[in-house]
Design a protein around this ligand. Sequence first.
Ligand code: ZN
Length: 492
Amino acid sequence: MAHKVHIPTPLRSYTDQHDIVEVDGTTVGEVLANLATKYGDLRRHLYTEEGKLRSFVNVYLNDDDIRYLQKEQTPVRDGDALSIIPSVAGGVGTATPTPPVELPALSSEEIQRYNRHLIMPEVGMDGQRKLKAGSVLCIGAGGLGSPVALYLAAAGVGRIGLVDFDVVDHSNLQRQIIHGTPDVGRPKLQSAKEKIQAINPHVRVDLHETQLSSTNALALFEPYDVIVDGTDNFPTRYLVNDACVLLGKPNAYGSIFRFEGQASVFAVKGGPCYRCLYPEPPPPGLVPSCAEGGVLGVLPGLVGLVQATEAIKLVLGVGEPLVGRFLIYDALRMRFRELKLRRDPECPVCGDHPTVKALIDYEQFCGLRPAAMPAAAAASATPTRSEVPEVTAEDVKAKLDRGDDFVILDVREPHEVQICRIEGSVVIPLGQLPKRMDELDRNRDLVIHCRSGARSAQAVTLLQRQGFDKAVNLKGGILAWIDKVDPSQPKY
Ligand code: ZN
C-alpha cells in the first residue's frame, strides 16, 4: 500500500525536488526505510550512522506528533500521510502577561490614530492601553524582524526592543523591508529605529547593538513581555528558547527557508518549547541556512506577521495563541498546515525534571565549537571548515596562470552557476556528488568551490573519504574569487 510522504523543502534536493512522494509500508518505520532506499541520498539526513532515526527529524502521521509513541512501530493505514519535519537555520494556561496595575492613558492624537482598534470589542480602549503598556523584544532586525517591528509599532505596542549588530547589505533589501537603499552600510538598528519612529513616534525603541549571548540574554529579555525570535542560526534559536523558558516569557517563533515557513509560540506555561520539538540541533552543515539556500523575498513578511499577530494577542490576552500547534506554510503550493505539538515531560529545559537550569554554551551545543576550545579562541576560527585543506583564490589564479593540471569543481546549484562562475569549472551540485563521484579522477588535483566555502568543505570531506586525497577547498568560495581575482562578476 503506497502512502504519501510530505518532504520538507531542505530535503527536496534528495527526492528529485518532489514535495510529496509515494512509498509503500505497513508501519512508519517501514515507510521511512523504504523512502531511504528509494532516495539513497536522503538516508544520512534521516538516520544516524548506527541506523537510528535522527533526533532532529520529527515524523507526523496525519498531522499528529507520534514521537512519544513507539513511532517506528506505529501502523500506517490506507489513506494515511506522513510528514517529515526537520528543524530549519523555524493543554494551555493563560498566556496573558500580568498587566501593570495602572494602564497608561491615551492622548487625543493616539485615540485618533488607533480608531480602528478602539472600535473593536476585542481591543477597545483597555486593549489599546494594554498595548501601550506592552513591550516586545525582537531578536534580529532582518527578514522576520522587519515586518514584526513595523507592524507592532503601527499597532501601538509601547516599547519595542531590537537586538542586532549587523549593517545593512544590498542582499538584505529583497526582503528586509525596514531598510532602504540609502541605508546600505548603516547599522540595521539605526535604520530600523528611524522607520519605526516615522510610523509611530509614541513608541519607545530600545536598541541593543550586541550579539545575543548566554551572558547577556537573561538581562536583555527580563524587561519585555514577549520575545520574538527572528534569528537565522541554531545556536541563537536554542539560546532564545532556553532563556524564554527560564524567565517564563512567551517566545513567538518563526523560521523561513526558500518557500517554506514555520511558526509557533513556545515557552508559555503548560505549552511546549522549541526543545520539546527538537531536543538536539542538526549536525553543522546538514541543514543549509537562508544565506546558502535562499529565501523568497515575501516569505518573511507572512511569517513575521504571524509572529507579530501572536505577540499582539499575547499582550492583549485575547484569542487562542499558537501554543501546542506548529504552523507550516508552503508558499509554492499556497498551503497552510497545522501540526499538533505536545510538551515533552522529559524535556531538559521545560520538562518535569529539567536538567538545564542556566544558559549554556550554545555554539558548543550545536557542534560549532569543540568542547575544549575556549570561546575567545573560537571566535575567529571556523573549525568545521578549517579541518579540510584549503587554497586561496590567489593560489588558484597562480595555478591557472602556470598551466597546472587540475580540475575546478563547482558544487553549487545550476541556478547559482548562472549568476557567476569560474571559467572551465565542472559543475556537480553537492546533493548529487555521492552518486556522480565517478565523473571525477581520483589522481588529479581537485579544487572545490561553492559560494562561500561551506558546502565545498563538506564536498572535500565527502570526497576524501572516498579516496580523493588531492581534493582541496577554495577558501571563501567564489565570493573570494570575485573579490581577489575577477571583480567583473556579480556577487550574490
Ligand atoms: Zn521543552
